[in-house]
Design a protein around this ligand. Structure first.
Ligand code: AMP
Ligand code: MG
Length: 550
């Protein structure tokens, strides 16, 4: 089949082919997708389309070839317009020539269905009517050039966070062996199956006697070790030798510490009397049925110890997440190599791997070439790993430069892009996509943006997928003034929480560019500065996000 494809930011002509040009075919079918005055229920004056032309063209060709194997057609011509397209003008033109109209109709219908799904061309936004009717784009000479008339409205941090949470619902829980439960989120509340401690126990090595027994001398009538269970009553003047943790033989006793007696054979005298009973009574710590660890708790070392204590050996927990992370950028070299001029060592791989250690994850990593054809074949080689991953992370290439292909790559993989930028400094070009229960992030390549976007966005999705508590902003005050210039974006500023004060005291760390890395080791919080904030005085109250981790 003859195929002709054009991506252009110029208006599409009214007449594409005259009937004579279509040659000896049975049917020549022409379709035009025209911009309507409404998008998602909102009146608009124009739609803005964006595309990754090279990849889009390749995908359109592949699609047409694939469909024409089932619907034999002679020729197809596709013209897709990008940039701002006023209402009433054509966004896409498709012409199909075939022996009979049936094939042309079927090819067109399937092509239009799959175009949206498979081809990296997307509606960037609708322009509101209040912005005034958009004047048609002046024709430009290059078909790959892009026309931008206005900046899109960026999502606020709160909006982005809400979207991430709503699109990352908890994955089904699993029963996991306790040894693998650390870092997972408990998905059932574990209650005490019996009183804790289950019996009255001695808290000392010493001698159990009746609580009110004031005898001068005591006779040792038995010995109870920690593992023994020897119920019996005691008479005045009788004592039982007990070890720390030993179950006491009956109620109404107290334990005299061995340091407080003078022993002679099987007899002893109490040389120092104290008020403490040195007994931990049955149920004194927890009563049967009381909750011990609540659903939604991320299990730490202490929590798994509690579960072991009550015999919860295969608790219901979040599944271990499978995360696949790719770096991008032809300038990136492994950290053990000496970078040539123009190259840079990869710090994001180890940063991401280390940040993920705080969650229960299986992490696979790799690198993708900047050439989108090669990247697609590299992705193809790892398709099953990618399809099995709950979380796909791509470092770099998230912006709108010529070689920034993360967004089309995610779309090519079938992810729905929820947003591709947020009003954040550093980390504006943050892409979030979903495909069924899976989530994907395109993270801006700079290390500081990476750090910030991980804690703000990726950690939120991980919390959602595991059913845990998402990271929450807390309130603190600045340990010193900040001479920040007003910035139209909200800022998450790396800082250090100095823990020697009742209210969190936060010392801002120095950074000037999202490519900076030296502040990362000391950063244990991100201070949130509202858009256009400007300078802040010492002790100013601020919100901050504690960052997890080693
Ligand atoms: P990008 O988001 O691809 O435009 O990259 C922005 C900046 O981050 C560039 O200076 C990259 O060289 C840098 N960068 C990208 N990936 C990495 C990485 N894995 N490690 C360190 N720096 C990176
Ligand atoms: Mg790059």
């Amino acid at each position: 089949m003859e195929i002709e494809i054009q991506l252009t930011d110029r208006p599409i002509a009214e007449t594409i082919l005259s009937p004579g040009q279509t040659g000896a075919v049975g049917a020549w079918l022409e379709f035009r997708g025209v911009v309507r005055g409404e998008e998602n229920g909102q009146a608009i004056s124009a739609l803005e389309y964006e595309a990754y032309p090279e990849m889009a063209e390749r995908e359109i060709r592949r699609l047409l070839q694939e469909i024409s194997a089932r619907q034999p057609c002679r020729a197809a011509k596709v013209i897709h317009r990008t940039g701002v397209i006023p209402i009433g003008e054509t966004a896409i033109y498709v012409g199909v020539a075939s022996p009979h109209r049936g094939e042309a109709l079927a090819l067109l219908a399937e092509f239009m269905d799959r175009l949206k799904q498979d081809v990296p061309i997307w509606k960037r936004r609708g322009l509101p009517v209040e912005a005034g009717r958009v004047t048609p784009c002046a024709p430009v000479s290059s078909t790959s050039g892009r026309q931008r008339t206005a900046r899109p409205t960026l999502k606020s941090l709160d909006e982005a966070r809400a979207e991430i949470l709503s699109r990352s619902p908890p994955l089904p829980a699993v029963h996991a062996p306790l040894a693998e439960a650390l870092g997972r989120v408990l998905r059932e509340t574990i209650c005490a199956p019996e009183d804790l401690p289950p019996v009255d126990r001695s808290t000392r090595d010493g001698y159990a006697i009746r609580a009110g027994d004031a005898s001068e001398m005591f006779s040792v009538v038995d010995t109870i070790h920690a593992a023994d269970w020897k119920p019996r009553q005691l008479q005045p003047g009788e004592a039982v030798r007990v070890a720390t943790g030993a179950a006491l033989p009956c109620g109404g006793l107290r334990v005299v510490m061995q340091e407080h007696v003078e022993r002679n054979g099987d007899k002893f005298r109490v040389v120092r009397r104290e008020d403490a009973t040195n007994i931990r009574l049955r149920g004194e710590e927890v009563h049967q049925g009381q909750p011990l660890v609540s659903a939604g708790t991320r299990l730490n070392a202490g929590a798994v110890a509690i579960l072991a204590t009550v015999g919860s050996v295969t608790p219901l927990v979040s599944p271990q997440l499978r995360v696949i992370h790719f770096t991008t950028g032809d300038e990136i070299v492994p950290p053990d190599q000496t970078p040539q001029p123009g190259q840079i060592r990869d710090s994001n791989s180890i940063l991401i791997r280390s940040l993920l250690r705080n969650f229960s994850c299986e992490v696979e990593q790799g690198h993708l070439s900047e050439d989108s054809k090669r990247a697609q074949s590299e992705i193809g080689n790892r398709k099953s790993e990618i399809e099995n991953a709950d979380v796909l992370l791509i470092s770099g290439g998230a912006s709108v430069g010529e070689k920034d292909f993360t967004r089309p790559l995610l779309e090519w993989l079938g992810f729905e892009i929820v947003f591709s930028q947020i009003n954040l400094r550093p980390g504006r070009p943050l892409i979030f996509g979903v495909k069924g229960a899976r989530v994907a992030f395109g993270l801006p390549g700079n290390p500081l943006s990476h750090f910030v976007c991980f804690h703000f966005a990726v950690a939120t999705a991980l919390a959602g997928l595991t059913g845990g508590e998402p990271p929450e902003f807390l309130r603190g005050h600045l340990a010193e003034k900040m001479d920040d210039k007003p910035c139209p974006r909200e800022t998450l500023w790396p800082a250090q929480w100095e823990r020697h004060d009742a209210t969190p005291r936060l010392r801002p760390l120095a950074w000037a560019s999202s490519g900076d890395i030296t502040c990362l080791a000391a950063a244990n919080v991100l201070v949130r500065l509202p858009a256009n904030q400007g300078p802040l005085k010492k002790f100013a109250g601020v919100d901050f996000l504690p960052v997890t981790g080693l």
